[in-house]
Design a protein around this ligand. Structure first.
Ligand code: UD1
Ligand code: CA
Length: 457
């Protein structure tokens, strides 16, 4: 078990977001900001994660993984006060604690591990992640003495003119030796413009006690960006998406237009898969090699193999094998297992079904709760009548069966191996192997009817 813990502050309301949703629940690249931060500190090696919640805390708690611990701060009396609420939960054997905010979704695990490395190497009591920025407006400024050591942090509101010119800012992320953090927060007061317990005032206490304070200047200042309003939410979204696409391209994925492609952070894609514009890939997706995906595709939580071609379609919570052709205008709904070399064509909807190798549904069909065997051909306009008004039932079509156009298959029903169903039939009874089933009225023909009516020219 790692002896590193993390405290993530997420109790604030975030009034500038102008939202009914707590700030940290807003999503960036399809994942809540708080979960980006939690996943990042986990990847940086934190063995214990404590999130401090307050405003609509139960809602925040709901999206967190079970192993994440929650501390409550009922009144938002400042960042120092927030840390006080979490400290009783920090394990006794924890050596160091990272403190950071739930609204900085862009910070990377490598920046945090660098921070912890510097902290350990310099044997500091506290190490601050700082950044040099062009526009320090709003941030706490880092005050250094003549020797270049950190002497304090002054909040923007409390800073004088000379201090406001300083462009080294406090990111709000720190690494502390646990025992010093425990001692230090006890001493914090609230004598400042906001009347809050500032965590940053801990610097003064450490300095007076001769406890080492270090600074690690972040090499990628864009990572420390906090999200306070919806414009910054869009900025964060764009930045994170761009970083993800760059990483994928480095790994060998072809992306025709990165400005028109949206891929979530947890998506994996193999070499030489090509992503065309207007494509959204979200959630937990793993996609193999040599696929062509897009234009105009949305994929959520799917596992997709190699060499598939998917265009203008929506797919979610399903598996696709290899060599399939999907779309244009197909809808693969949850819980489908589509095997290899399957063809799903225009205006075909499939839900909770298994489609075996080589099967085809090329046009205008609904396949719900079905088991479709190998090389089955579903003609145009087939409906799996799966719902009787109360319950859903399955339709089973065995290998090599052929279903003609405009057929209703009223479930539960089974079409056995190699059987044929004539076009226009409504099938309510099982069909034996290699039989032909026809269910339709006999065709009548009335001779000369058009002429007798006087309709012929
Ligand atoms: C803080 C820092 C500032 C730094 C900046 C970086 C302090 C006093 N100041 O300022 O030096 O440059 O972040 O973005 O720490 N929170 C709570 N409980 C509270 C107060 C805040 O959980 O009682 C949480 C908020 O939800 C938020 C985070 O802490 O996620 C930061 O609080 P905020 O008030 O926005 O601090 P800043 O003014 O941005
Ligand atoms: Ca802030």
């Amino acid at each position: 078990m790692s002896r590193l813990s993390a405290i993530v502050l997420a109790a604030g309301e975030g009034t500038r977001m102008k939202s009914h949703l707590p700030k940290v629940l807003h999503k960036v690249c399809c994942k809540e900001m708080i979960n980006h931060v939690v996943d990042t500190v986990k990847a940086a090696g934190a063995g214990q994660i404590i999130v401090v919640v307050g405003h609509k805390g139960e809602m925040v708690k709901e999206v967190l993984d079970k192993e994440v611990e929650v501390a409550y701060q009922n009144k938002q009396l400042g960042t120092g006060h927030a840390v006080m609420q979490a400290l009783p939960l920090v394990r006794e054997d924890t050596e160091d604690v990272i403190v950071l905010y739930g609204d900085t979704p862009l910070v990377s695990a490598s920046t945090l591990t660098d921070l912890v490395d510097v902290h350990k190497k310099e044997n500091n009591g506290m190490t601050i992640l700082t950044a040099l920025v062009d526009d320090p407006e709003g941030y706490g400024r880092i005050i250094r003495n003549k020797e270049g050591e950190i002497a304090g942090i002054v909040e923007h509101r409390d800073a004088d003119e000379e201090q406001r010119d300083i462009n080294e800012i406090n990111s709000g992320m720190y690494c502390f030796k646990t025992r010093y953090l425990r001692e230090g927060v006890k001493q914090l007061g609230n004598d400042n413009i906001q009347g809050e317990y500032y965590l940053t005032d801990i610097v003064e206490f450490f300095r007076d006690r001769g406890i080492m304070i270090g600074g690690y200047v972040c090499t990628r200042p864009e990572e420390i960006m906090g999200v306070n309003n919806k414009r910054q939410l869009a900025d964060a979204q764009r930045t994170m998406n761009t970083l993800k696409l760059e990483r994928l391209m480095e790994e060998g994925v072809i992306i025709d237009d990165p400005d028109a492609t949206y891929i979530g952070t947890d998506v994996q894609i193999g070499m030489d898969t090509r992503i065309l514009p207007g494509t959204f890939i979200e959630g937990n997706c793993s996609i193999g090699e040599n696929n062509v995906i897009g234009p105009g595709v949305r994929i959520v939580n799917c596992r997709i193999g190699d060499e598939n071609h998917i265009q203008f379609s929506v797919l979610r919570d399903s598996d696709i094998g290899n060599g399939c052709s999907i779309g244009p205008y197909s809808h693969i709904r949850p819980n489908c297992d589509i095997k290899n070399h399957v063809r799903v064509g225009n205006f075909v909807e499939i839900k909770n079904s298994v489609i075996e190798n080589g099967a085809k549904a090329s046009h205008l069909s609904y396949v719900g709760d079905g088991d479709v065997g190998r090389d089955v051909n579903l003609g145009c306009g087939i409906v799996f009548v799966n719902y009787d008004g109360r319950e859903k039932h399955r339709t089973i079509i065995e290998d090599h069966a052929f279903i003609g156009c405009n057929v209703n298959l009223v479930a539960p029903v089974r079409v056995k191996k190699g059987a044929y169903v004539a076009a226009g039939s409504t099938i309510t009874k099982d069909i034996e192997e290699y039989s032909l089933a026809i269910e339709r009225g006999k065709q009548k023909e009335i001779k000369d009817w058009v002429r007798r009516k006087g309709f012929a020219e």
